[in-house]
Design a protein around this ligand. Structure first.
Ligand SMILES: *[C@@H]1O[C@H](CO)[C@@H](O)[C@H](O)[C@H]1NC(C)=O
Ligand SMILES: *[C@@H]1O[C@H](CO)[C@@H](O)[C@H](O)[C@H]1NC(C)=O
Length: 430
């Protein structure tokens, strides 16, 4: 174990020297100090620092992560300033141009292009990411979760702006292990195509590599709360299990699966008739669109005849993304599945897949109704778009990812989070 670590350190050192010299030759703002091996070894050139010269460095992230009021107030003032928000935004055109030289793009954006540990390399992950706008949000997410031994399938909604498509395509073309989904679809909110987007990526990922152990699906406005090493360790501790919301369906949601729907003018409508009961009398469970599942679960989704039948049945339901994965998780024989009995129900707060703050569950600790503290950002469709003031609480949770972030609304929340995670990942090396 120790030997392995030493060997890896030497490899890293060699690579860093090579990369370090490219770095110095390049035009980026490498600090003009003399050659200092400890500096190189400490990887600080991969850290996000004030030397990056981006506007967000004006705020004090360590104070923000501790929830200090003064720093949070300053951050809030800054993030509501129009000039600041505009200066922070990275336009699609930047990505289209900057990716013409992939190596320079990787270096200047500080991508981690070597595995940071054997443990991570031995436990590759597969990601499906659906995107339809806000390329800079997506790129910062990719940068935060990127590792050369993982694999990433990106689905860009067919109705997205051409510049979104071009920019995401340009970014993915810079990495051998990131690719555009082979069959993109037009996503309709709360309708079947949202699931189809993930299914198409699942199939591509399953075919592209036999090595990955877990599948995680994301959207462009998610962000990790853990480093890759922490994610790997938490997944290993699941011991082959899956982690996703899967609970008894509340009565007020049952119409979603008992009546038939159709897509009209890019929206979903009631089709005016009732649906047949689900195939094999499968109990339909309630969950959400975001899951953390093992490779066997994905194989079942793609190959198990019962699930193929369930999928066909689900195509005219309302919001199938919010029950399909949850239902499959309780089908006997699916790897990592649990029995349908309610004793195995798992809530979104107990699953590690995704942290979401729903407006109606916010409140103060001690009240029976409240699930989490008030949102410090603002709400979109009743979901909290996190502000810097949410970070302290979020980092105390066990979830791997949180939804929703928006660099156009609160760039500081994303900045402090990405900076924290990068620092932590590099510190884990020591
Ligand atoms: C940032 O906040 C931390 C924690 O309160 C404090 O120790 C540090 O001095 C602050 N840094 C700056 C540059 O103000
Ligand atoms: C385009 O990218 C190149 C590096 O790849 C850079 O030198 C140049 O300044 C960029 N042009 C614009 C307009 O940003």
């Amino acid at each position: 174990m120790r030997l392995l670590k030493a060997g890896r350190l030497i490899l890293l050192l060699k690579l860093t020297i090579v990369l370090g010299s490219i770095w110095m030759l390049s035009l980026f703002s490498y600090p003009k100090t003399s050659w200092d091996p400890t500096y190189i070894l400490s990887y600080s050139w991969l850290e996000y620092t004030d030397a990056d010269g981006i506007p967000e460095t004006a705020c004090n992230c360590s104070a923000i992560l501790r929830g200090e009021r003064e720093a949070l107030e300053e951050a809030k003032l800054l993030s509501i300033t129009r000039d600041f928000r505009e200066s922070v935004h990275i336009p699609d055109e930047y990505y289209i141009n900057a990716t013409q030289d992939c190596r320079e793009f990787q270096l200047s954006r500080k991508y981690l292009t070597i595995p940071l540990s054997q443990e991570e390399e031995d436990f590759p992950l597969a990601y499906s990411i659906v995107v339809h706008h806000k390329v800079d949000n997506f790129e910062r997410l990719l940068r935060a979760i990127y590792a050369p031994h993982n694999i990433y399938c990106i689905h860009v909604d067919k109705k997205s702006e051409p510049s979104v498509f071009s920019a995401v395509m340009a970014i993915t073309s810079c990495f051998p292990n990131t690719f555009m989904v082979s069959q993109p679809v037009t996503v309709v909110y709360a309708a079947w195509p949202r699931v189809q987007a993930d299914l198409n990526c699942m199939a591509d990922l399953y075919k592209a590599s036999t090595k990955w152990k877990y599948f995680i699906n994301l959207c462009g406005q998610d962000f990790p709360l853990k480093t890759n090493l922490e994610i790997v360790r938490m997944l290993r501790s699941l011991k082959g299990g899956n982690s996703l919301e899967s609970e008894q369906m509340p009565d007020e949601k049952k119409w979603r699966v008992t009546s038939s729907h159709k897509i009209v003018d890019g929206g979903i409508q009631w089709a005016g008739k009732a649906k047949e009961p689900p195939p094999f009398n499968l109990p339909i469970l309630s969950g959400n669109a975001y899951i953390v599942v093992n490779r066997g679960y994905v194989r079942s989704v793609l190959e198990d005849n019962r699930i193929q039948t369930l999928i066909e049945w689900a195509k005219d339901t309302y919001s199938p993304d919010e029950f399909l994965w949850a239902t499959i998780q309780r089908i006997p024989g699916v790897p990592g599945a649990t029995w349908p009995n309610s004793k195995y129900d798992m809530s979104d707060m107990n699953a590690i897949a995704r942290l979401v703050k729903w407006q109606w569950h916010e409140g103060s600790q001690g009240s029976l109704e409240a699930v989490y503290p008030e949102c410090h950002g603002n709400h979109v469709r009743s979901i909290c778009v996190y502000g810097a003031g949410d970070l302290k609480w979020m980092l105390e949770q066990h979830h791997l990812f949180a939804n929703k972030f928006d660099t156009d609304t609160d760039p500081i929340a994303v900045y402090c989070l990405e900076k924290y995670l990068r620092q932590k990942a590099l510190a884990e090396l020591q």
